[in-house]
Design a protein around this ligand. Structure first.
Ligand code: CO
Length: 464
C-alpha cells in the first residue's frame, strides 16, 4: 500500500491563497473527474469556507455541501472543525456542537478533522464523541508548534491520549510551515510509538520546505499527506498533488494515481488561477518563499495581519519590535500554538504592548479570556504577574470551559425563527448571527424576485 493523499484544492488551497473565495459553481464541473482519482479524501468544507460562503459569496454553505456530496460518490469528503469553537471563534455549548456534527454528517461529511488552538483535548472530546455516534471518522489534529515544552515525549503522550479518546486517526497540523524535514521524521516516529492510529501530515509551503518534509515523513511511516492540485498549490498553500504523486512513483510509497487524469484536473483549474492572478485576488507575494515564518515562528497569515494593524496605526516602523514581542506574549500566555483564534489574540496583544510603550497597559477582552482559562488549558502555566495585571483577582477557571455554558440551541432557534427554511439555518445563525441574518434576508429577496419573474411569465403567456 502506497502513501495516501487528501486533496485540499476545494478548501485549504483557496482559503490560503485567495481568502476562501472559490464559488461552488466553479467546483461542481470537475467533481466527476476528481472522484475518479482514488484520493484518500477530498477536503472540501469547514474551516473558513462556511463563513466565506455566507459573508462574501452569498451562498448557503449547507447547499454547497449537499452538491459536493452528490458529485463525490466514491470519495470520502472531509471538513475542518475547530473543536468547541465549531467553525466560529467562541466556545459553544455541547448541544450546539453535537447538532452541528450531526447535520454535517447528515448532509454529506465523512471525515471530521477536529482541532483546538491550545491542543486541549477536552475541547475536542464532544465533537469526537458526536462524530463517532453519527458514524463519522473522527480525526484529531494537533497544532504543530515549537517551544521547550513541545518535546517528542509530549507529542507521543498526546498521541496515546488521542487513541484512548476513541479518535480514528491523528493529523499533525503544521499551519505555519514550521516542520522541517528531519524533525518531521522524528515526530512521525514518536507519534507512531505513542499510538497505532493512522498518521496524517498537513503542512503549508510558506517556508519552502514542505515537499521535503513530506518525503521524510512518508519514509518514517506517515500514512497520508495533504496536497493541492498544482494551479492552487505552493506558497501559503500545500505541496502540489502531481509532484508528490510523481516523486513516489515506482517506490513502495507509489500512490497509483493516474497522472493523465490529474493533468486533466489541473487543466481545469489553470484558467481560474490566471483569472484570480489577473483580478488581484491571488497576490503573487503569497506564492513565494517566506523564510521569516521560520525565523519568527509566526504563521504567514498572522504576519500580514500584523502589518495591516501597524499600517492602520501609522506605526509600520514598529514591525520588528512587534515581531520580537510576539514570542514574549506567547510565553506569558502559557506558550500556545499560534493558530485561529490564539494567533489573533497573541498578535493583537503584542501590537498593543508595543504601541502603548508599556506591556499590558491595555488588554483585550480575548487576552483576559485566555488568562482566565476560558479557552482551556495551556501547555505551560501563565506568567503570574501578567495574569494578575490583566485580570486582577478574578479566579481563573480550570474545568473544561464548555462545562460552564448552558444549552444554547433553544435560544438560537427562537432568535432566528422567522428566517428558518431548513433546520441547518439554526446552526448558521448560531455561529454567525449577524452574517447569517444578512444572508437570510438576501436569500428571501432573491426568492421573491424569482416569484415575481415567474408570475410575469404566466401573465405574458395569457395576455389579458
Ligand atoms: Co492548513
Amino acid at each position: 500500500m502506497g502513501v495516501k493523499i487528501t486533496e485540499t484544492v476545494l478548501r485549504d488551497a483557496h482559503q490560503s491563497l485567495i481568502a476562501t473565495r472559490m464559488p461552488t459553481d466553479l467546483m461542481l464541473p470537475i467533481l466527476d473527474k476528481m472522484d475518479k482519482v482514488g484520493y484518500h479524501s477530498i477536503e472540501c468544507w469547514g474551516g473558513a469556507t462556511f463563513d466565506a460562503c455566507l459573508r462574501f459569496l452569498k451562498e448557503d454553505p449547507w447547499e454547497r455541501l449537499r452538491k459536493l456530496r452528490a458529485g463525490l460518490k466514491n470519495t470520502k469528503t472531509q471538513m475542518l472543525f475547530r473543536g468547541q469553537n465549531i467553525l466560529g471563534y467562541n466556545h459553544y455549548a455541547d448541544d450546539v456542537v453535537e447538532y452541528f456534527v450531526q447535520k454535517s454528517i447528515a448532509n454529506g461529511i465523512d471525515i471530521l478533522r477536529i482541532f483546538d488552538c491550545l491542543n486541549d483535548l477536552r475541547n475536542m472530546k464532544t465533537a469526537v464523541d458526536a462524530c463517532k455516534k453519527e458514524g463519522g471518522h473522527a480525526q484529531i489534529a494537533l497544532s504543530y508548534t515549537l517551544g521547550d515544552a513541545y518535546t517528542l515525549d509530549y507529542w507521543k503522550e498526546t498521541a496515546k491520549k488521542i487513541e484512548e479518546m476513541g479518535a480514528d486517526s491523528i493529523c499533525i497540523k503544521d499551519m505555519a510551515g514550521l516542520l522541517v524535514p528531519y524533525e518531521a521524521e522524528k515526530l512521525v516516529k514518536a507519534l507512531k510509538e505513542g499510538s497505532s492510529l493512522p498518521i496524517q501530515l498537513h503542512t503549508h509551503y510558506t517556508s519552502g520546505v514542505a515537499s521535503m518534509t513530506y518525503m521524510k515523513a512518508v519514509e518514517a511511516g506517515c500514512d497520508i499527506i495533504d496536497c493541492a492540485m498544482s494551479p492552487l498549490a505552493l506558497g501559503t498553500s500545500q505541496p502540489a498533488t502531481e509532484v508528490m504523486v510523481e516523486s513516489f512513483r515506482g517506490t513502495e510509497y507509489d500512490t497509483g494515481y493516474d497522472q493523465n487524469l490529474l493533468a486533466e484536473i489541473a487543466d481545469y483549474f489553470r484558467p481560474y488561477r490566471e483569472e484570480v492572478l489577473a483580478n488581484g485576488l491571488l497576490n503573487p507575494k503569497v506564492l513565494g518563499v517566506n523564510i521569516k515564518t521560520l525565523m519568527y515562528q509566526v504563521p504567514g497569515g498572522m504576519l500580514s495581519n500584523l502589518v495591516s494593524q501597524l499600517k492602520e496605526a501609522h506605526a509600520e516602523d514598529k514591525y520588528e519590535a512587534v515581531l520580537e514581542e510576539v514570542p514574549r506574549v506567547r510565553k506569558d500566555f502559557g506558550e500556545p500554538p499560534l493558530v485561529t483564534p490564539s494567533s489573533q489574540i497573541v498578535g493583537t496583544q503584542a501590537v498593543l504592548n508595543v504601541l502603548q510603550g508599556e506591556r499590558y497597559k491595555m488588554v483585550t477582552k480575548e487576552s483576559k479570556k485566555i488568562l482566565s482559562g476560558e479557552f482551556g488549558q495551556t501547555i505551560k502555566p501563565f506568567n503570574k504577574e501578567v495574569q494578575k495585571k490583566c485580570i486582577g483577582d478574578v479566579e481563573p477557571i480550570t474545568c473544561r470551559p464548555a462545562d460552564l455554558i448552558e444549552p444554547q440551541l433553544p435560544k438560537f432557534r427562537e432568535e432566528c425563527k422567522e428566517w428558518i427554511q431548513q433546520e441547518e439555518d439554526v446552526l448558521s445563525y448560531a455561529l454567525f448571527p449577524q452574517v447569517a441574518t444578512d444572508f437570510f434576508k438576501y436569500r428571501q429577496a432573491q426568492q421573491e424576485k424569482v416569484d415575481v419573474a415567474a408570475a410575469d411569465t404566466v401573465n405574458n403567456a395569457y395576455p389579458v
